[in-house]
Ligand binder design. Sequence first.
Ligand SMILES: Cc1cc2nc3c(=O)[nH]c(=O)nc-3n(C[C@H](O)[C@H](O)[C@H](O)COP(=O)(O)O)c2cc1C
Length: 362
Amino acid sequence: MLKTPFYDPNLSYEDNYDEGPFGSFADGKDLRKNQEPTYDFLGFKINTPFGIPAGPLLNSKFCKGAFEKGFDVIHYKTRRTADFPCNPFPNVLFVKTDGDLTLEKSKNPLKGSLNAPENSSEVSITNSFGNPSPDASVWQEDMKKALEAEGKGQILVGSIVGTIKEGFSPEDYYDDFALGAKLIKESGVKVIELNLSCPNVASEGVLCYSPDAVESICKKARVAVGPKAKLLIKLGYFSKDQQNLLENIVERVDPFVDGISVINTIPAPVVDEKGHQALPGEGRLKAGICGASIKWAGLDMVKRLNEIRKKGGYDFVIVGVGGVMTPDDYLEYREAGADLVQSATGAMWNPELAQDVKALGK
Ligand SMILES: Cc1cc2nc3c(=O)[nH]c(=O)nc-3n(C[C@H](O)[C@H](O)[C@H](O)COP(=O)(O)O)c2cc1C
């Protein structure tokens, strides 16, 4: 039997936002020990280099639950500069992948349903929200509340995505990322992540594979937040054929950013029992898949970024994300070179995961 997830996939995003978190994140029990933080992350002293990436922590109530349960570096869900609706329900379906979701396998439809597997370490899900956001004035106030829940040795990270508005040029779109980063900084958050795993206006496809766009956004964001704020970028998976592209991007962003988070999700078509599109609405046949089946991809990216870092003499930090379901997965990521490890799907169905990681004592 699975534990109660702090985000309930059977409810809409809005109901989760208003009524969540659920399960132990809502019990108010503070498991933090008043220890002396020993790990360094971006110049901050932290308790354990483990936390939750951008996504399942929808607002300050969720962030408070996560901090209390010992997730020490957590991201507030990606926000936009202006109000934006969520994709229609459902957003999270369990998918069957039969082991690793390789790039080859991700070309074929996966079956999605609300039926959970038996074991939390086997969970793989869709994540299809479309980056909803309230207006900046709302989330800025709420981020301040989330910061109040931060304990000793803990850090809140803000994540931002640009919005393509009618008549926008690519430059306008990139400026919107920079504005969002500035708005996060104004709310008092010291670490800001640019979510680059999103659509590109200048060409078909996802932004993080377009070096000109990525460089321009990072440069603009750095100017907007000033030299002291810590800037991260979030990338998707780069195949082996895209190795030169990855190296080029690292070289071009290095003057502007302090760290790189990898990975987001692996997109795949998701169908129901009858073989029909499982998630309602245009453009939603494909959904981002996360959880156990994408660990191989996150680990691979961490290893490759670590190699690039050594070879190029860079000093950016690496945030390892993807399929971290158990303390052993955490260790594997740390050994691969991750300075910080985060779990979204794993933490959702095991809200005690940070305690399990701390119990390793390393
Ligand atoms: C419910 C949910 C919502 C997510 N929303 C976001 C988001 O707003 N921004 C983002 O960068 N990634 C988002 N993600 C992706 C996660 O940050 C992470 O990159 C991905 O889920 C892989 O990690 P995992 O295998 O531990 O889930 C979301 C993931 C989940 C499960």
